[in-house]
Design a protein around this ligand. Structure first.
Ligand SMILES: [Cu+2]
Length: 149
Protein backbone atom coordinates (compact mmCIF):
# COMPACT_ATOMS: atom_id res chain seq x y z
CA UNK A 1 0.00 0.00 0.00
CA UNK A 2 2.73 2.38 1.01
CA UNK A 3 4.83 1.47 -2.06
CA UNK A 4 1.87 1.99 -4.37
CA UNK A 5 1.39 5.50 -2.97
CA UNK A 6 5.02 6.41 -3.56
CA UNK A 7 4.82 5.09 -7.11
CA UNK A 8 1.70 7.13 -7.80
CA UNK A 9 3.30 10.28 -6.45
CA UNK A 10 6.39 9.70 -8.59
CA UNK A 11 4.22 9.09 -11.63
CA UNK A 12 2.33 12.31 -10.89
CA UNK A 13 5.58 14.26 -10.59
CA UNK A 14 6.74 12.92 -13.96
CA UNK A 15 3.40 13.78 -15.52
CA UNK A 16 3.57 17.30 -14.07
CA UNK A 17 7.10 17.77 -15.35
CA UNK A 18 6.09 16.68 -18.86
CA UNK A 19 3.10 18.98 -18.64
CA UNK A 20 5.32 21.89 -17.64
CA UNK A 21 7.73 21.17 -20.49
CA UNK A 22 4.89 21.05 -23.00
CA UNK A 23 3.44 24.30 -21.65
CA UNK A 24 6.83 26.00 -21.85
CA UNK A 25 7.27 24.70 -25.37
CA UNK A 26 3.92 26.11 -26.44
CA UNK A 27 4.65 29.41 -24.72
CA UNK A 28 7.96 29.52 -26.57
CA UNK A 29 6.25 28.96 -29.89
CA UNK A 30 3.74 31.72 -29.20
CA UNK A 31 6.50 34.08 -28.10
CA UNK A 32 8.43 33.30 -31.28
CA UNK A 33 5.53 33.92 -33.65
CA UNK A 34 4.38 37.19 -32.12
CA UNK A 35 7.20 39.63 -32.98
CA UNK A 36 6.96 38.86 -36.73
CA UNK A 37 3.56 40.56 -37.01
CA UNK A 38 4.53 44.26 -37.31
CA UNK A 39 7.80 43.63 -39.18
CA UNK A 40 7.22 44.14 -42.93
CA UNK A 41 6.14 47.51 -44.34
CA UNK A 42 3.00 47.51 -46.54
CA UNK A 43 4.86 47.95 -49.84
CA UNK A 44 7.63 45.42 -49.13
CA UNK A 45 8.98 43.41 -52.05
CA UNK A 46 8.39 39.68 -51.96
CA UNK A 47 12.13 39.03 -51.85
CA UNK A 48 13.72 39.09 -48.41
CA UNK A 49 17.22 40.04 -49.58
CA UNK A 50 18.41 43.57 -48.77
CA UNK A 51 18.45 46.14 -51.56
CA UNK A 52 21.55 46.45 -53.72
CA UNK A 53 22.38 50.12 -54.00
CA UNK A 54 24.45 51.73 -56.78
CA UNK A 55 25.39 55.40 -57.04
CA UNK A 56 26.09 57.35 -60.20
CA UNK A 57 27.11 60.96 -60.65
CA UNK A 58 26.31 62.63 -63.97
CA UNK A 59 28.57 65.50 -65.03
CA UNK A 60 27.99 67.35 -68.30
CA UNK A 61 25.68 64.55 -69.38
CA UNK A 62 28.39 61.93 -68.85
CA UNK A 63 28.69 59.28 -66.15
CA UNK A 64 31.52 60.16 -63.79
CA UNK A 65 34.22 57.52 -64.18
CA UNK A 66 32.76 56.27 -67.46
CA UNK A 67 29.83 53.93 -68.08
CA UNK A 68 29.88 51.01 -65.68
CA UNK A 69 28.14 47.67 -65.79
CA UNK A 70 26.45 46.68 -62.58
CA UNK A 71 25.45 43.06 -62.07
CA UNK A 72 22.64 41.83 -59.91
CA UNK A 73 20.86 38.53 -59.56
CA UNK A 74 17.39 38.11 -60.94
CA UNK A 75 14.82 38.90 -58.29
CA UNK A 76 17.10 41.35 -56.48
CA UNK A 77 15.76 44.51 -54.99
CA UNK A 78 17.79 47.23 -56.74
CA UNK A 79 18.24 50.91 -55.98
CA UNK A 80 20.01 53.10 -58.56
CA UNK A 81 20.84 56.53 -57.17
CA UNK A 82 21.65 59.42 -59.48
CA UNK A 83 22.96 62.91 -58.97
CA UNK A 84 23.30 65.25 -61.96
CA UNK A 85 24.67 68.75 -62.39
CA UNK A 86 22.01 69.48 -65.02
CA UNK A 87 18.30 68.69 -65.39
CA UNK A 88 17.24 65.67 -67.39
CA UNK A 89 15.71 62.23 -67.29
CA UNK A 90 17.13 58.79 -66.61
CA UNK A 91 15.51 55.93 -68.49
CA UNK A 92 15.67 52.22 -67.91
CA UNK A 93 13.74 51.23 -70.97
CA UNK A 94 13.23 47.50 -70.52
CA UNK A 95 11.68 48.12 -67.13
CA UNK A 96 9.77 51.18 -68.34
CA UNK A 97 11.24 53.31 -65.62
CA UNK A 98 11.86 57.04 -65.81
CA UNK A 99 13.41 59.35 -63.27
CA UNK A 100 13.27 63.12 -63.73
CA UNK A 101 16.26 64.83 -62.14
CA UNK A 102 16.69 68.40 -61.03
CA UNK A 103 20.22 69.77 -60.84
CA UNK A 104 22.13 68.62 -57.75
CA UNK A 105 19.14 66.79 -56.31
CA UNK A 106 19.59 63.09 -55.79
CA UNK A 107 16.94 60.81 -57.21
CA UNK A 108 16.59 57.07 -57.27
CA UNK A 109 15.04 54.24 -59.22
CA UNK A 110 13.90 51.46 -56.92
CA UNK A 111 12.73 48.26 -58.51
CA UNK A 112 12.83 44.50 -58.43
CA UNK A 113 15.10 43.00 -61.10
CA UNK A 114 12.53 40.51 -62.30
CA UNK A 115 13.67 40.39 -65.94
CA UNK A 116 17.10 38.95 -66.73
CA UNK A 117 19.32 40.36 -69.47
CA UNK A 118 21.54 43.35 -70.10
CA UNK A 119 19.88 46.75 -70.16
CA UNK A 120 21.11 50.24 -70.87
CA UNK A 121 20.40 53.11 -68.55
CA UNK A 122 20.10 56.26 -70.66
CA UNK A 123 20.38 59.95 -69.95
CA UNK A 124 18.18 62.45 -71.73
CA UNK A 125 19.29 66.01 -71.03
CA UNK A 126 16.56 68.51 -70.46
CA UNK A 127 17.74 71.70 -72.11
CA UNK A 128 15.93 74.95 -71.33
CA UNK A 129 13.22 73.22 -69.32
CA UNK A 130 11.84 71.40 -72.35
CA UNK A 131 10.70 67.82 -71.86
CA UNK A 132 13.18 65.04 -72.65
CA UNK A 133 13.22 64.01 -76.32
CA UNK A 134 11.07 61.07 -77.27
CA UNK A 135 13.72 59.57 -79.56
CA UNK A 136 15.24 57.49 -76.74
CA UNK A 137 18.63 57.41 -78.34
CA UNK A 138 21.29 58.53 -75.97
CA UNK A 139 24.69 57.27 -74.86
CA UNK A 140 24.32 54.88 -71.94
CA UNK A 141 25.05 56.09 -68.43
CA UNK A 142 25.49 52.54 -67.28
CA UNK A 143 24.46 49.02 -68.08
CA UNK A 144 22.42 46.85 -65.78
CA UNK A 145 23.06 43.15 -66.10
CA UNK A 146 20.51 40.94 -64.42
CA UNK A 147 21.89 37.42 -64.08
CA UNK A 148 19.43 34.54 -64.26
CA UNK A 149 19.27 32.37 -61.15
CU1 LIG B 1 14.87 56.97 -73.13
Amino acid sequence: MQMKHVFLIEALKVALRIGVVISLGLAGLCAKSEPSLPSSPPNAQPTQAPSQVFNLIIENGQPKGGPQTVRVSKGSDVVLKFLSDAPGAVHLHAYHLELILSPMQEGELHFNAKASGKFKVEWHPNANGSPPPSSHEAPPLMSLEVMPL
